[in-house]
Design a protein around this ligand. Sequence first.
Ligand code: FA5
Length: 336
Amino acid sequence: MDLTELVNAAQAEMTAVQTAEQLESFRIKYLGAKGLLKQASDHIKQIPADQKRSYGQALNAVKQTITEAFERRKSELESQPTAVKGVDVTEPGRISHDPYRPGCLHLIQQTIDDLIDLFSQMGYSVADGPELEDEFHNFEALNVPLDHPARHPLDNFYLDLKPDEPPLMLRSQTSSVQIRVLESHKPPVRIIAPGRVYRPDTVDATHSFMFHQLEGLYVDKNVTMVDLKTCIDLFARAFFGDSVRTRFRPSFFPFTEPSAEFDIQFTSTGGSSRWVELGGCGMVDPNVLSAVGIDPQIYSGFAFGLGIERIVMRRHGIADIRDLFQNDVRFLRQFA
Ligand code: FA5
């Protein structure tokens, strides 16, 4: 065995050793019990007697060179930080000031749950409808004719559809659920429908392009505007406390007659007050009842649609609606 070739090969291989596994393979190959050095050592038997001494000396020098190279690389690798492949599940967790904090519901979902609790105590059950809605439920059956400005493409998210399919849209109001419920249930009907709605509104402190509404609908015999105002007042006091200030303003919605908007007073930390619109409401228009086959001579009803973000903001003193959607956990954890 050529010892010069052996040592050269070992040194070349050692330059490629980067990991503990490669170093161990190197050790087995050269320094192991059946390794190349052992074979070179066994080879001495075949060396003529007069050359044994010089072969032995050369072999010792090769052994020393390879062993030293091995030891040097070993200590270099041991002093390097261990490179972790993937996740080391045996590594202990990093202990922060708050190691085991559980997750929590988003503030909007917490508020929806509280609203459901409150209205169920007033006899309302929860109804649902699709967010991807057709124009019949979002507009037509709600007495909003084709030429009404609320249906303008710039004010809604219509879907780009094939011409032979009925147009679909992201619903712009939860009032669509009024129709879905009345299509399948005969009065008395008393429901709330919380859910997401979408409008291409310009985003500012009180407007978002996606937000949540809570629709309310009560249809029975002899339902009057007094019932509507009582319901809204009960809700406002239960939710914001007896000292809350609300006001009704006459308004217009195609699906209610008469219609109103109601506002709630926001008082900022500086003490100044402003009115913020919380929702729209009114007595269900007879045309809407007729559209779903309910006789408006026998039945009447009221409906309302509350902006859930506005309720959340008033309840928790949040000045900007955008804080609710940025998903900054430092903000959201305050309400855990
Ligand atoms: C409606 O959407 C009617 N469907 C409400 C209604 C229901 C009237 C039943 C009569 C009977 P309006 O567009 O005003 O109405 O919206 C209702 C509430 O949603 C507003 O008062 C406000 O609180 C909230 N809202 C409206 N636009 C936004 C927006 N871009 N971002 C956040 N909240 C909004």
